[in-house]
Design a protein around this ligand. Structure first.
Ligand code: GDG
Length: 485
């Protein structure tokens, strides 16, 4: 494609709270390392083909001038433009830690009692969203397609329209959308809902989120006629996980784990430190299993990895202490000197290689969030389970449960005894059943990968009429549900 043709095409402008890069100080200058997550790899080909820009905060408070040179160098490498939005320390405090993570995050995960509805947070949320909108308006041309991501930026379309922007605007929410019972507690519920309805397309993770959203539209007496609302369950880069997990280095590391923890089944939990992930209830379930079923002692170990996150918030710090006390109590009660330890606990961020090795080594994945938009760990675990001889235990409140219900053992994370029994069932499951379930899971995760997700979202955004609306393969629930209402 010639550069000229490229200029005439509709470009993609991706907007997210953070830029998909890691910034590191190198003396007085900055070094930019390209991000490597599934979203980045899926959007990269689109950004390269159509040309485009990714707009977001660089991740450190301060003026963008400092890293503009580093970003420009990264542009040349990545094949698309990176544009940094500057946030000062107070904005980070009130917009990011405050409104995004003390209001929207707990509320949308059905935990209103954890919310801090501070009006100051809302004021900063609005002004920071305006800042992002201005950054978009400076770069987007009328024919461009602007794709805004996640709960930090729900006001961006409304701000852009106010600035006279005529580009097509779409939004994808990575976290759940709550039912009216919960959403209506938000003091700024109408303002947020009206702002969301300024987007041309809204993508949610699951059919339940979509139903909740529509119920809130109705409860607040609004109309969603001008907006398409669909559910587009996000996938992973399946093949890249599969390839990486199959390397000899990962295999050797997985074998080493079994050597270190021999003659038992390994149960794996990997979570960011967050109260939505259900880590303490999961530990209680494991404790309940060992208490009530002495035969399980010595035959199973839980590897629980907690990845440091939002440590600056006191609540998260308290949670970490509680987790560590519980681990101590379980190990204190059941460990055998010089032998079996029930819980192998790690508080650190794993290298990708270790993450893959843990996935490969685990006989059972225990993923029990109280609520989760999707949960990619569940999908990555299945993709890396090359031998297919393992079991996924999954919370029914993870978005992934809609897609994976057929193969996973679904549990209610609040039901400690039920989770304990699910571990026991997974432990006793006959090999043929394990293989059949995992094969089915992997097939579905491979088919609905992140490339397909980007594709179905972009096709939904392109469709101008009902007839044009993407008629993709029937296995995908998203497009059929994305019809304009
Ligand atoms: C939000 C929604 C939704 C984890 N530990 C390590 C590590 N990870 C990687 C995993 C996975 C990612 O982090 C976590 O993704 P999740 O989906 O589980 O959760 P959130 O971060 O809360 O993401 C969620 C998602 O958006 C996408 O829409 O599914 O519901 O909350 O990719 O592999 N990576 C490395 N070391 C670790 O220790 N390298």
């Amino acid at each position: 494609m010639s550069a000229h043709a490229g200029r005439r095409r509709s470009r993609l402008v991706v907007v997210s709270n953070r830029l998909p890069v890691a910034l590191k100080r190198a003396g007085r200058s900055w070094q930019v390392e390209a991000g490597s997550g599934g979203l980045v790899s899926a959007l990269l080909p689109v950004l390269r083909n159509r040309g485009g820009t990714w707009i977001g905060w660089a991740g450190a408070p301060g003026p963008t001038r400092e890293f503009s040179r580093a970003l420009a160098a990264a542009d040349r490498q990545s094949g698309y433009r990176l544009a940094a939005v500057a946030l000062d320390a107070r904005e980070v405090e009130d917009f990011y830690l405050g409104f995004s993570n003390e209001v929207i995050w707990p509320l949308f995960h059905d935990l209103p009692s954890r919310c801090n509805f501070d009006p100051r947070y809302w004021a900063t949320y609005q002004s920071v969203n305006r800042k992002y909108a201005k950054a978009v308006a400076r770069r987007a041309r009328p024919g461009d397609f602007v794709w805004v991501h996640d709960y930090h930026l729900m006001n961006v379309a409304a701000e852009l329209r106010r600035l006279g922007c005529r580009s097509r605007l779409a939004f994808f929410l990575h976290i759940p959308f709550p039912s009216p019972d919960v959403f209506l507690k938000l003091p700024w519920r109408s303002r947020i809902l009206d702002a969301l309805l300024e987007f041309d397309l809204i993508g949610l993770q699951t059919a339940r989120d979509r139903r909740n959203f529509l119920a809130c539209v109705e409860a607040l007496g609004r109309s969603a006629r001008a907006t398409r609302i669909g559910h587009f369950p996000i996938g992973i880069d399946y093949n890249s996980f599969l390839r990486a997990a199959a390397t000899p280095a990962v295999e050797a590391r997985a074998k080493e784990l079994h050597r270190l923890l021999p003659n038992r089944k390994l149960v794996l939990g990997i979570d960011r430190l967050d109260y939505t992930k259900g880590i303490t209830l999961r530990l209680r379930a494991f404790q309940d299993l060992l208490e009530r079923h002495p035969a399980m002692r010595g035959r199973v170990s839980l590897i629980q990895v907690v990845v440091p996150s939002r440590e600056e918030i006191p609540e998260y710090h308290r949670m970490k202490t509680e987790i560590e006390q519980l681990v101590g109590r379980i190990n204190g009660a059941f460990a055998r000197p010089g032998g079996w330890v029930p819980v192998w606990y790690e508080y650190r961020s794993l290298t990708r290689m270790d993450l893959l090795a843990y996935y490969r080594a685990a006989d059972i994945a225990l993923i029990t969030p109280l609520k989760d938009g999707m949960n990619l760990v569940a999908k990555e675990y299945c993709a890396c389970s090359i031998e297919e001889d393992c079991v996924l235990i999954l919370s029914e409140f993870a978005g992934a449960a809609e897609q994976l219900a057929g193969g996973a053992l679904l549990v209610n994370p609040y039901d400690v005894r039920g989770v304990a029994e699910a571990i026991r069932s997974a432990h006793r499951m006959p090999e043929a059943e394990r293989l059949a379930r995992m094969r089915g899971l992997r097939r579905s995760i491979r088919r609905e990968d992140v490339y397909r997700w980007v594709d179905s979202f972009l096709r939904a955004a392109r469709a101008r009429s009902l007839e044009e609306f993407p008629a993709s393969r029937p296995s995908s629930p998203a497009p059929a549900d994305g019809l304009p209402i």
